[in-house]
Design a protein around this ligand. Structure first.
Ligand code: GDP
Length: 411
């Protein structure tokens, strides 16, 4: 059926690996934090174990663990979208979300950076300018990000579009989608690019299949590639529905031309891939608009070509999800896992082992003291017996003496 055709996607299984790993790591750090606070309590409450130096070290460990816990809870998988204005970046994001959330219209230009993500709490959907407290209605989004609106935000602004958990499954899997102003604008915003986008796990270049890659787009990605050793880069030739219908008989030829140009970009210009097949696998011909219309129920009677383009969109979705999860697991959690191991080793060497040695020493001293006490008691008892024996003798002697005295007096 149409609905099973539309929902057929395996991207979620790969993305859940990230979420599962995050939960597992959070549990490890939670346990560590729990043990540390138990140790601190023991040290604080026991007079015998009193050791300020050790207590200080333990508290240091506890704050390190807490800092990592904070970073961990903020760790998400990030995807950044780039491309010239009107190539369909917002449309791709909406198709991935199954819902039109980002303003996407002809002539509309996104003026700033927009980060779409799930709420960390149970708050309703809202928009928030970074570093400002106020929660704005989602409906304000259009005005805030439209370059031509009087309320338009400055290009350097980062806008958070916060959606309730469970609303979009992609966001519920801890994925953050970063929409950017057109590359012509973004290219001039070097500092924003560094702070908002360079930590992305996957970069998606959205091209317009009706035209060729521009010099600005090429130059822009050269800069990205020079900053990151090997960015995970996907190329979408979007609006393929329009481009392929212009000259249907030329479809394959146009596609081959796109392929050749995109492969040249990935391999020769950027040096991201050396293997031709690998590069070819990262290039897609899609229609984001059609994908969204199928997903939000606006198109219930897709043509064969639309279905084919949709399958290609799903291939893109599955591939980038797998790449995203794999990359985020490695770059984000690999480090925390290592830190956990290092922290535990250090904790054992500098604190736990000495602490156990100290407790053992205390036990030994206690046993010895008890033994000493026992010896003392035995000595006392022996002395007592000797003393009482002496008393006995003395009293007998006294008795004899008294008898003697009595006898003498009687005489
Ligand atoms: P952005 O500036 O890169 O974010 O581009 P938008 O997402 O705003 O898209 C610009 C215009 O192109 C909008 O009117 C979209 O509806 C339209 N559009 C986007 N993707 C496609 C597509 O694949 N096919 C068609 N026919 N129109 C599209």
């Amino acid at each position: 059926s149409l609905s099973s055709f539309i929902s057929r996607s395996s991207s979620s299984s790969r993305l859940s690996e990230f979420v599962d790993a995050k939960t597992e790591l959070q549990d490890i750090y939670q346990d560590m934090s729990h043990f540390l606070s138990s140790f601190v309590t023991i040290l604080e409450e026991s007079i015998l174990l009193e050791d300020l130096q050790m207590l200080k070290k333990l508290c240091n460990f506890a704050s390190k663990v807490e800092a990592i816990q904070n970073v961990l809870s903020r760790n998400r998988m990030k995807v950044a979208f780039f491309g010239r204005t009107s190539n369909g970046k917002s449309a791709v994001i909406n198709a991935l979300l199954h819902e039109k959330i980002m303003p996407s219209a002809m002539g509309h230009t996104t003026s700033c950076f927009c980060q779409v993500q799930a709420n960390s709490t149970d708050e309703p959907e809202h928009v928030k300018i970074e570093q400002e407290e106020e929660h704005l209605e989602l409906s304000a989004l259009n005005e805030l990000v439209s370059a031509h609106s009087p309320r338009a935000l400055k290009p350097r602004t980062l806008l958070h579009v916060n959606m309730p958990k469970n609303r979009c499954s992609l966001l519920d899997y801890d994925v953050v989608l970063m929409d950017t102003p057109g590359v012509d604008v973004t290219a001039q915003l070097d500092d924003c690019l560094d702070s908002y986008c360079m930590d992305a796990d996957v970069f998606i270049l959205v091209l317009n299949a009706e035209s060729t890659i521009s010099g600005v787009e090429r130059q822009f990605f050269k800069e990205v590639a020079s900053k990151l050793s090997r960015p995970n880069l996907f190329i979408l030739n979007n609006r393929w529905d329009v481009a392929s219908s212009q000259e249907p008989e030329m479809e394959q030829q146009v596609k081959d031309q796109h392929m050749e140009r995109c492969m040249k970009l990935l391999m020769d210009d950027l040096g991201v891939y050396s293997d031709e097949e690998q590069a070819r696998q990262r290039i897609y011909h899609v229609s984001a608009l059609e994908a969204l219309q199928l997903r939000n129920g606006c198109n219930t009677n897709p043509t064969l070509q639309t279905q084919e383009r949709y399958l290609e969109f799903q291939r893109f979705e599955n591939d980038f999800s797998a790449c995203l999860a794999e990359s985020a697991l490695k770059t984000k959690f690999g480090h925390h896992l290592l830190s956990a191991r290092e922290l535990l080793t250090e904790l054992e060497a500098t604190l736990i082992t000495p602490l156990i040695a100290k407790v053992n020493q205390l036990i030994k001293e206690n046993v010895e003291r008890r033994q000493d006490l026992n010896v003392e008691i035995e000595d006392r008892q022996r002395e007592n017996i000797e003393e009482s024996q002496e008393f006995q003798i003395v009293s007998e002697e006294l008795d004899e003496l008294a008898l003697d005295v009595g006898r003498r007096v009687l005489r």
